[in-house]
Design a protein around this ligand. Structure first.
Ligand SMILES: [Zn+2]
Ligand SMILES: [Zn+2]
Length: 216
């Protein structure tokens, strides 16, 4: 099976060094989710949480290189999604043979760009930006502090439960929330902001407690 390296992804995959850097950022922020993995054929399918909707990126490791496909609008072959996904696949490969110092060093080069705190801060601000930019639709539930549906521009629906719109605390059924360990996602941020901006809803808020059925 073909062994991925940072150099290979940078020189043979990324269309430019700028795209490579963007792919590195995508990898660091973890705004993707591996939805299919075929270990026998070394084929992977990823869903990317991009600025205006979700993209699907497929990669397959051959004996002498990789086969890639991404459904984003970028016209070239080596888009940032493909770069980010290949870095993740490389990371998986390296974890498998983590005793090899050499491969760990190559992961370190990629991870060296930012500290863990910086990555986390950036990941959160990334979700905030997306919550502001993307044309989501909110289907409000009965209670503001409760369950709602957020629909994406691509008509995907996620169940968002808000505990408190002021702090943004809650949870979401999207793959990003389930895997990012940030305690938030763009749907949750979007919904909390929507409620805070709406006067009628804000006025209603003080009447509610969470969970709705609980009485003291
Ligand atoms: Zn792409
Ligand atoms: Zn979400």
């Amino acid at each position: 099976m073909f062994e991925l390296t940072t150099e290979y992804i940078q020189k043979d995959i990324a269309d430019s060094s700028q795209i490579f850097q963007r792919g590195v950022r995508l990898y660091q922020e973890g705004v993707y989710n591996c939805i299919e993995m075929d270990e026998v054929h070394s084929a992977f399918v990823y869903e990317i949480d991009a600025n205006f909707g979700d993209y699907t990126t497929r990669v397959r490791l051959l004996t002498d290189g990789v086969q890639t496909a991404c459904d984003c609008p970028y016209p070239g072959k080596g888009c940032k999604h493909t770069v980010g996904v290949l870095l993740d696949v490389m990371h998986r490969q390296n974890l498998k043979k983590s005793t090899q110092v050499q491969s760990l060093a190559s992961v370190a080069t990629v991870d060296d760009f930012l500290t863990p705190d910086e990555i986390r801060a950036q990941a959160i601000s990334d979700r905030r930006q997306k919550a502001r930019k993307e044309p989501f639709t909110a289907l409000m539930g009965d209670m503001l502090k409760g369950e709602h549906i957020v629909e994406t521009p691509r008509k995907r629906r996620y169940r968002v439960t808000l505990h408190d719109p002021h702090t943004g605390a809650g949870h979401c059924s999207c793959p990003d929330f389930l895997t990012n360990c940030l305690g938030t996602c763009k749907h949750l941020v979007y919904l909390a902001e929507t409620i805070k901006k709406d006067r009628t809803m804000s006025a209603r808020l003080s009447q509610e407690r969470f969970p709705a059925g609980l009485r003291r």
